[in-house]
Design a protein. Structure first.
Length: 369
């Protein structure tokens, strides 16, 4: 890993929360010190940081975080300013400038906003600024659901074309069982096939955090399909990130990049955009897609949902399992008229189409191998 050019680090609430409430100032200082060390090694760094809710809880003197959405969002609004101020001061003391970037799900769901976010982050890095990214908790309903910042960190890593995603956690890595419950659990130091380990992930984490190991494995799925490795590291050993940059492998779990990686627009199609509906296809069409073919009307057996042309749809096999997603050339109303028909019949029914493909392979990403 000594050829790393750009890494993304995700730190969760459990790594930042002080046992007596609020943020742990020493944790912030350690993170800032590590980022400074990374920059001295000539590697660019993007930080995805939770902690707004924990910071707000401490600032307001609450014993626990609110359970209702309005309460969580209000606490996050208070805490986000506290969080970024502490990061800014800690980094400034080390000669670095940071920028707060708050993203909502819609910022990644719409193609134009996705590109805008990408361009902004790239410009910040050209200015040698440290982007500190968090979900926009104050207005986003979906963000405060289970473990979203793990997913966000993987999406951000794709946005900035990162070489490595490091997710800090409160355990040494991925274990064969929950180490807090089973003393016989063994650390899994390398994962080449995620499908072999998904079943061992547990539930939610600490009282301040929202993510469990399952969300980290889902983040690994995204990151590795983007063509980068992901490393799970205990937050107490955050300084060892520099070992990764220098080609050493500290204690933790490394997820190897997937053999078949997705690039460019297909990253957004696979994990950024919000799909408007579903297309159901027969087994023959499934086999064709897996061979790299486009989706034709003849293989479509049904649809679910309402959409217009060029919107994102899921493509499901006969069992309802998503095999691909892509930008559809026909509206749901048009597709209902031509599904199951041969291309000649489709073009005769809807003559203003540019081609015979319902979803062209260039605008489609496979969701299974």
């Amino acid at each position: 890993m000594s050829d790393l050019r750009r890494i993304v680090i995700k730190v969760g609430s459990s790594s930042l929360n002080h046992p007596e409430g609020g943020l742990d100032d020493q944790a912030i200082q350690r993170i800032a010190g590590v980022i400074a060390g990374i920059r001295q090694l000539g590697v660019e760094c993007v930080l995805v940081s939770s902690g707004a809710v924990a910071a707000g809880v401490g600032k307001l003197g609450l014993k626990t975080k609110p359970k209702d959405m309005a309460g969580k969002q209000a606490v996050a609004a208070v805490g986000q300013g506290v969080l970024i101020e502490k990061y800014a001061l800690a980094l400034e003391a080390r000669g670095l400038v940071c920028a707060q970037v708050l993203l909502s799900r819609l910022d990644l769901a719409e193609a134009s906003r996705y590109r805008n976010a990408q361009n902004t982050l790239e410009q910040l890095l050209r200015y040698q600024v440290i982007p500190i990214i968090n979900e926009n908790d104050t207005v986003a309903v979906e963000e405060l659901c289970f473990g979203d910042n793990d997913r966000l960190s993987a999406l951000v890593a794709g946005l900035v074309h990162g070489d490595l995603l490091v997710i800090l956690t409160d355990v040494d890595g991925l274990y064969s069982a929950n180490p807090k419950l089973n003393p016989q659990a063994e650390l899994i130091e390398e994962v080449e096939d995620l499908t072999q380990v998904m079943h061992i992930a547990g539930g939610a984490g600490s009282s301040m955090g929202t993510g469990g190991m399952v969300t980290k494995l889902k983040a690994a799925e995204i990151a590795t399909r983007f063509g980068m490795g992901m490393f799970l590291l205990h937050s107490k050993r955050i300084e060892e990130i520099t070992k990764l940059i220098q080609g050493e492998r500290p204690l933790g779990t490394y997820f190897f990049p997937a053999a078949h990686r997705i690039m460019g627009k297909k990253r957004w199609i696979a994990y950024g955009g919000l799909s408007e509906g579903s297309i159901f296809i027969d087994e023959g069409a499934v086999k064709a897609l897996l061979k790299g073919k486009s989706l034709l009307a003849s293989g479509i057996t049904g649809i679910d949902g309402i959409w217009e042309r060029k919107e994102l749809v899921r493509i499901n096999n006969p069992d309802g399992i998503e095999v691909a997603r892509g930008l559809v050339e026909l509206s749901s109303e048009e597709l209902e008229k031509v599904r199951g028909k041969h291309s000649e019949e489709m073009l005769a029914t809807i003559p203003n189409l540019e081609g015979e493909e319902v979803v062209h392979r260039d605008n489609m990403t496979l969701m299974i191998e």
